[in-house]
Design a protein around this ligand. Structure first.
Ligand code: ASP
Ligand code: MG
Length: 411
């Protein structure tokens, strides 16, 4: 019998009525003949509440204890879910991460999955049970509870789908799919029928908070078909899958906006071996995650080096740069924290020309100045003034017709 994994996010299990509605999805799949494995998140804002409870007692709680605490949210929802299925006349069993030996490394609060023992799950499925697994949690070699980072239940679900050889991993959520852009800023955003793992990864890392990026990495590595869909409506959502030829016909699949950024520009750095290494060694030391890096030689003995970071790291980054300014013969440092990044993403960019021109023309027409530009094979990003960012996003969405499904676009 084919296996299907169904993941329910916090909003989909927030109260008794929602859990009951979620069980209907499960029962539908059972009636279709599937073995069903459910992964559930903590109910509603439960995880936030637990974090707040911890911080009230300790501003810097030991991470091991944090995991011990946070994992209880999921333990509640899976047992309740199993009880609801039992009440509906379906045999179910809930299991924690430890009970299925979801082995992770020991990086508490952001652990990575190493292996899962699928035996216990298979045995229960063969007995005809619906198996409900607590998302977001695992255990390390010492049998201590770990968690996978906020939003990590998605990763639990996709990892289980991979290990169990599931036909599909359904992610039930409060949106009915993945949109071309954030509908709160661009109300006409269109729902995508399908999107490739690579595009979804770019969108997720650019701040489109639909899914945990590790989940998509897993999906890509093990070719798990992921279906993001609504827990309250029966419509088809968005399929995240490997690239198919048809996707290349779509030049731009989605656009994003990323706020809370800062940019440091080191002007007139000595143009000699080792200076870039020194700068980023300092950043690593200060635990600053660097997004985009741009460097250009401006004369035989000087180069300009700019990079973006999240605004919350600015203080640490500025101090790190000050420490080495002299060593790298830097003339001056120019810092901006009033910026945002607008990006377009699409695998079709690999074989279409004119995408950059279309984006820059759209921004020019909207009178938006571009501070800097970075690209990858399937992405073009422009840093703009933060107060112009929404206008910029709208202009770009209009230019690439992101208000309609891909098959209805002129180009
Ligand atoms: N409950 C966890 C969180 O709120 C994990 C998840 O929802 O995926 O981050
Ligand atoms: Mg989530």
């Amino acid at each position: 019998m084919a296996i299907i994994v169904q993941k329910f996010g916090g909003t989909s299990v927030a109260d008794a009525e929602k859990i009951r509605r979620a069980t209907e999805r499960v029962i539908d799949a059972v009636k279709k003949g599937y073995h069903v494995v459910v992964v559930a998140s903590a109910r509603g804002k439960q995880t936030d509440q637990l974090v707040a409870d911890a911080l009230e007692l300790n501003p810097d709680p030991p991470k091991r204890e944090m995991d011990q605490l946070l994992s209880t949210g999921e333990q509640q929802s899976v047992s309740l879910f199993a009880m609801a299925l039992d009440a509906a006349g379906y045999a179910a069993i809930s299991l924690t991460g430890g009970q299925i030996r979801m082995l992770t490394d020991s990086a508490h609060t952001k652990a990575r999955i190493i292996s899962v023992d699928a035996d216990r799950i298979h045995k229960q499925l063969e007995k005809g049970k619906i198996v409900i697994i607590a998302g977001f949690q695992g255990i390390n070699e010492e049998e201590d509870i770990t968690t996978l980072g906020r939003g990590g239940s998605d990763t639990t679900a996709v990892a289980l789908a991979a290990v169990l050889g599931a036909e599909q991993c359904e992610i039930y959520t409060d949106v009915d799919g993945v949109y071309t852009t954030d509908p709160r800023i661009y109300p006409n955003a269109a729902k995508m029928q399908q999107i490739s793992y690579d595009e979804m990864l770019e969108l997720a890392s650019l701040g489109a908070g639909v899914m945990h990026s590790r989940a998509i990495e897993f999906g890509k590595k093990y070719d798990v078909k992921i279906h993001v869909r609504s827990s309250s409506e029966e419509t088809e959502g968005t399929i995240i899958t490997h690239e198919v030829p048809q996707m290349e016909g779509v030049v731009v699949s989605g656009a994003t906006i990323q706020k809370d950024l800062a940019k440091l520009s080191l002007v007139g750095v000595g143009n000699k071996p080792g200076n870039a290494a020194r700068v980023f060694a300092q950043m690593a030391n200060a635990k600053v995650v660097v997004n985009d890096i741009m460097q250009t030689e401006v004369s035989p003995d000087k180069a300009n080096l700019s990079f973006t970071i999240s605004a919350s790291d600015l203080k640490a980054a500025r101090e790190a740069v000050e420490k080495i300014g002299k060593d790298i013969e830097c003339d001056s440092v120019f810092i901006r924290d009033d910026i945002a990044e607008v990006s377009v993403v699409g695998v079709g960019m690999r074989n279409h020309y004119g995408v950059a021109e279309a984006m820059f023309t759209a921004l020019a027409k909207a009178q938006v100045n571009i501070d800097s530009i970075t690209t990858s094979e399937i992405r073009i990003s422009c840093i703009v003034d933060e107060d112009q960012a929404e206008k910029a996003l709208k202009a770009v969405c209009d230019a690439f017709e992101l208000d309609r499904p891909a098959r209805h676009r002129a180009k």
